[in-house]
Every structure is written in structure tokens, then in C-alpha cells.
Unconditional design. Structure first.
Length: 605
């Protein structure tokens, strides 16, 4: 007779199996001794089931008495209904229990460093003991959801004719963006590979090679400063296609994200309508961000022109300087804010480089300055006051905050303030936040950004992004006017993915390099293999890449992408589980033709 290690997952045993014998395997989540009867909460990746150990079976009961948390065990027993009043409606298995007949310890466990149902663990503890942390039901749900998202993406792309093609992990360093992770070559002395920041160049080569529709769910590597939504290695859903327009590309992958959300978390992301589309210029003008959170119902009011002639230098200075900006953010009902809350927001905007936070409380909008409460009102003439009230649409009981500085500081500071107030308890009480999914596209990005430090233009996206039709000549005469065929998908203030139509014509590519002051020699050295390939009838092509980690983080409501990655790094790019990075011995370094400047960092060997 055939025997089974197990016949079902713990969390999937239901009333449908009542009266049947089952064999289960899993981990002891908790053992409870209730006056001679021992209850074991048995856990596996699908959930919990309650096991009842009766003293009538002496040999089995003796094993049960010695069970401790995280013992790995096998249970064989009878599925029966729980007694009346003990049903746990939150569990699939909550209406039944297993009357244990046989119990075997597959492997005992030492005392774990924490209880798996402890919700107050530090991240250091969780990452140091990541294997145990991954046993926690919340983490198992995250990992299962991540898998389902990836599978839904694969199924969608397969149905639309895309094929999965791998690209190299060891490639050429092309320093145009974040810092590369370098890998020394043992065979080629003094030479280095780089880990790919993305498969960008290779997926373009695949389009030239005629594969038409490519995708890959792949690791990417960037040696950059970290934050909650960044990791040194992250996972990208990388996609490229030929012979589609920008709008066709956006439509196809908007459909993909709608399907992913619908099939994995039962959310109708688009509510049957197409995602709203906003230009980069409008996003920055209204929200100070190229990834605005549309759930927050506040917008900037532009005041730069209004403040040029006021006596208040804090406003007139930025209003009249090159690259300065003055904006207002009207917070409905915000006049009831206590001074302590205003002071807290003042400290908050300083994180983004702002020197302070001016404000006006509107008590009576009909009486001019007399109806306003603020230390700055006396320094602003009546015409400007009237214009402020008109442009902000302020009403009695509102508060108006102001940002005045270099444009980037204003955008960053007041943009972050807008989101912080909107998502605060007060903001939700005042109706400033809609609890919904708010997807959108941001389009028409500038081709170039001006680097003040180096006095040169840099590519906003990458140097292979195509300009909008009719903007090609501006690349050499007025680069600041040139817009790209770039696009980002944004959801709830997070950039979910971004891409562009690529340059496939040599003369246009040369204009881009000229604007970036990349000489033909430099271009050939850095990107020669792509430039050479583009000569062979390169098709019109474009694509985008989605951040798988970010998608799953948003779906789960996790605070950080580290909560949806099995083995993440800390914000200092360390793996606390494996203690990487770590020193290597001298012999390994010699084989790689490397000598460290600090010999103390080398492990003796």
C-alpha cells in the first residue's frame, strides 16, 4: 500500500474532509496544554490547522508533551468538526480540527530568537534571522503574491506574442546613470565586467535582431544611495517591442497592469476607463512631482509672477531670480491647525532644503488683510493678496502654505508637504484624501536636464530615448525645449514603470550625442556595439520596464520593498543573514590582479 509524506496542506483542510484520515506536515506554531489535552497549532505555507492530542494514545501523547515552537512534525489523524463555540471563522480550516492518531517529530528546533506572531520586531532582527522571518504568515503571503504577479505577467505577455529571452549578467560598463557594480576579470588582467543596471542595450539589440516582442523578469544592479523603494539589486519586468507607436505601447501595458491587479488582488485598477494622461510639465506645475499621488485633492497655485514686486524678500527674491519659483498650497479647513502642527510641517520641509514655511490663515476672505492671520501679511501689497486668494480659491477656515526658493527645492518640499498633509489624519478628516487606486501616465518628459556643476546637458531618461516628432532640430539649437517620447506609469505616488520609444535612426542618435557633448570616439567606445547594430535596418521600437518589487509592495501595503523580497539588503547595502559583503583572502585578490589600498581590510590567507 502506498504511503504519503502528507495528503494535504494544513491550511487547506476543510469540512469537505470531515470523517477522513489525513497526514499533514508543518511547523509547531504554538503548543497549548489544556488540562491534559494538548492542542497544537500546526502551520505551513497555506495557513494553520488545530491538532488535538488526547492522552488516550499514550505513545503519541508523550511525543506531544515534548513539542516546542518551530519543531517540524508529521501528524496523521481524523478530521472532525470543532466543538460548538470554538469555530475560528478567520481560518479556512477554522471549522475543523485534527484528532491526532500518530505524531512524528521530523526535526526539533532550538528556541527561536522571536515568536513568529510578534509584530514589534526590529528590521535588524528580522533580516538577521530572515529564514525564520520568512516563515511568518505575512511574509509567506507576500512571497505567494509576488509569485502570482509574476505568473500573471508571464501569461499576459505570452498571450500577446512576447517571448522570454535572457540577457547577460556580465556586461560592459556604460557609465550613464547610477554607478555600476564592477566585477574584475581573472582571465583579462586589469579588465572589468559590470553587472547590468538594466538590459536596455541588449533588448534594443534583440529588436534589431528581429525578435519583435521580448520580455524578461530579471535582476538589475545599481550602486546608488538606498531608500524604502530602492535596493542595490532589484527585479524588473523588462519589455521591448517593435512596430508599435507610443500610444499603442502604453495601451498594451496599461491592459497588462489592469489584468495583473484584477487576477491577483481582485482590484479593478482602471474601473473600466483608460488611465488619465498628464504631461510632465503639468505634473510639475500642479504637484511639484513627476509621480503625483492623485488621491490627494490639493494642487499648487503658481505665484512666481505675483510676488516679483512685493516687499517680502523671502518671496520677491526667488520670484525674480533665474530658476526660482513661488507657489501656494491651500489646505481646506486647515485654519484649525494648532501652531505646533504648523511648526512640525516647517521642520518637515527643511528635509527637502526649504529654509522655512510661510503661511496665512484665512478667517474672513471678504475683508482683505483684516481677515487674514499671519506674520507675513503686512509685507504683501493688496493687489498680491487679492491674487493669492483668487488663484488658491481660498475660503474661510482654510490655511495657505507657501514655498519660495529654487524651483527644485520648492517642488520637492511643497510636493512632499502636499502628500503628508493629505494622508494625515487631519487631511482625511477634511476630505483631502480619496482612499482609492489612482493610476496615471506621465508623458512628454524633457529630453535633457542641465547639470549646473558640470555645465552640460544630461539625458533625463537615457541617451537612446527618441524625441517627440518635430523636436529633432531643437536638440542642437535649444535642447531645453526638446521633449521626449518617454512615459512613466504612476500609481498612488509611486513610479511603477517607465520607458520610451527608442531612437532607431543614426542621424537622430548623432544629434542626441552632440547635445550631450559625447564625442563620436566616446560614443563608439561606450555604445559601439549598439550603434553598429543600428546600421542594419533597425526597426522602430520602444518599451518599458516595471519594478516588480514596487508593484507587490503597493499591493500588500508594505512599508518597504524589503518586505516583498525574500533576501533583501539593508539601507547600507548589507545582507545581515549572510554577512555580505565580506573580506576575501589575499589569494583570491592576487588571482584577480587586485591590491587593496587598506591591507587591514584583507582577510589573512
Amino acid at each position: 500500500m502506498k504511503t504519503f509524506m502528507r495528503t494535504s496542506y494544513c491550511g487547506l483542510v476543510t469540512e469537505a474532509l470531515s470523517g477522513q484520515s489525513v497526514t499533514l506536515c508543518g511547523w509547531v506554531n504554538r503548543r497549548r496544554d489544556h488540562g491534559g489535552v494538548i492542542f497544537v497549532d500546526l502551520r505551513d505555507r497555506e495557513g494553520y490547522v488545530q491538532v488535538v492530542c488526547d492522552p488516550d494514545r499514550a505513545e503519541m501523547f508523550k511525543v506531544a508533551e515534548d513539542l516546542r515552537n518551530e519543531f517540524c512534525i508529521q501528524v496523521t489523524g481524523l478530521v472532525r468538526a470543532r466543538p460548538e463555540g470554538t469555530v475560528n471563522a478567520e481560518l479556512k480550516s477554522g471549522r475543523i480540527e485534527i484528532l491526532c492518531h500518530e505524531l512524528k517529530v521530523l526535526n526539533p528546533s532550538v528556541t527561536p530568537p522571536f515568536l513568529l506572531d510578534d509584530d514589534n520586531l526590529s528590521e535588524t532582527t528580522r533580516l538577521t534571522h530572515r529564514v525564520l522571518d520568512l516563515r511568518r504568515p505575512a511574509m509567506q503571503r507576500n512571497m505567494m503574491l509576488r509569485y502570482k504577479v509574476a505568473m500573471t505577467v508571464r501569461n499576459y505577455l505570452d498571450a500577446h506574442g512576447f517571448i522570454d529571452i535572457e540577457t547577460p549578467m556580465l556586461t560592459k560598463s556604460t557609465p550613464e546613470g547610477a554607478r555600476d557594480y564592477l566585477v574584475p576579470s581573472r582571465v583579462q588582467e586589469g579588465q572589468f565586467f559590470a553587472l547590468p543596471q538594466s538590459p536596455q542595450l541588449f533588448k534594443q539589440l534583440l529588436m534589431v535582431a528581429g525578435y519583435d516582442r521580448y520580455y524578461q523578469i530579471t535582476k538589475c544592479f545599481r550602486d546608488e544611495d538606498l531608500r524604502a523603494d530602492r535596493q542595490p539589486e532589484f527585479t524588473q519586468i523588462d519589455i521591448e517591442t517593435s512596430f508599435l507607436t507610443e500610444e499603442e505601447i502604453r495601451d498594451m501595458f496599461e491592459g497588462m497592469m489592469v489584468e495583473v491587479f484584477q487576477k491577483t488582488i481582485n482590484v479593478n485598477l482602471g474601473d473600466g476607463a483608460k488611465f488619465p494622461v498628464m504631461t510632465y510639465a503639468d505634473a510639475m506645475r500642479l504637484y511639484g512631482s513627476d509621480k503625483p499621488d492623485l488621491r490627494v485633492k490639493m494642487q499648487f497655485a503658481e505665484l512666481t509672477d505675483v510676488m516679483a514686486d512685493v516687499d517680502f524678500k523671502v518671496f520677491s527674491g526667488p520670484a525674480t531670480m533665474k530658476g526660482g519659483r513661488v507657489v501656494a498650497l491651500c489646505v481646506p479647513n486647515g485654519a484649525e491647525m494648532p501652531r505646533s502642527e504648523i511648526d512640525a510641517y516647517t521642520e518637515f520641509v527643511k528635509i527637502y532644503g526649504a529654509k522655512g514655511l510661510a503661511w496665512i490663515k484665512v478667517n474672513d476672505v471678504t475683508t482683505g488683510k483684516d481677515g487674514l492671520q499671519s506674520p507675513i501679511v503686512k509685507n504683501i501689497h493688496d493687489k498680491a493678496i487679492t491674487e493669492i486668494m483668487t488663484r488658491t480659491g481660498a475660503k474661510n477656515g482654510d490655511i495657505i502654505f507657501f514655498g519660495a526658493d529654487k524651483e527644485k527645492i520648492v517642488n520637492d518640499a511643497i510636493g512632499a508637504l502636499r502628500v503628508k498633509i493629505g494622508q494625515s489624519a487631519s487631511g482625511k478628516k477634511w476630505g483631502l484624501f480619496e482612499d482609492r487606486w489612482a493610476p496615471m501616465w506621465v508623458v512628454d518628459f524633457p529630453m535633457y536636464e542641465f547639470d549646473e556643476e558640470n555645465q552640460r546637458y544630461t539625458a533625463t531618461h537615457h541617451p537612446f530615448t527618441a524625441p517627440k516628432d518635430g523636436h529633432e532640430d531643437w536638440m542642437t539649437t535649444a535642447p531645453e525645449k526638446c521633449l521626449s517620447q518617454g512615459y512613466d506609469m504612476v500609481l498612488n505616488g509611486w513610479e511603477m514603470g517607465g520607458g520610451s520609444v527608442r531612437i532607431h535612426q543614426a542621424d537622430v542618435q548623432k544629434k542626441v550625442f552632440d547635445a550631450l557633448k559625447i564625442t563620436p570616439e566616446d560614443a563608439q567606445m561606450k555604445f559601439g556595439f549598439l550603434l553598429d547594430a543600428l546600421q542594419y535596418g533597425a526597426p522602430p521600437h520602444g518599451g518599458l520596464a516595471f519594478g516588480l518589487d514596487r508593484i507587490v509592495t503597493l499591493m500588500t501595503g508594505a512599508e518597504s520593498i524589503r518586505d516583498v523580497i525574500a533576501f533583501p539588503k539593508t539601507q547600507r547595502a548589507q545582507c545581515l543573514l549572510t554577512q555580505a559583503p565580506s573580506p576575501v583572502d589575499e589569494k583570491q585578490l592576487r588571482e584577480l590582479h587586485i591590491r587593496l589600498r587598506n591591507p587591514d581590510a584583507v582577510k589573512a590567507g
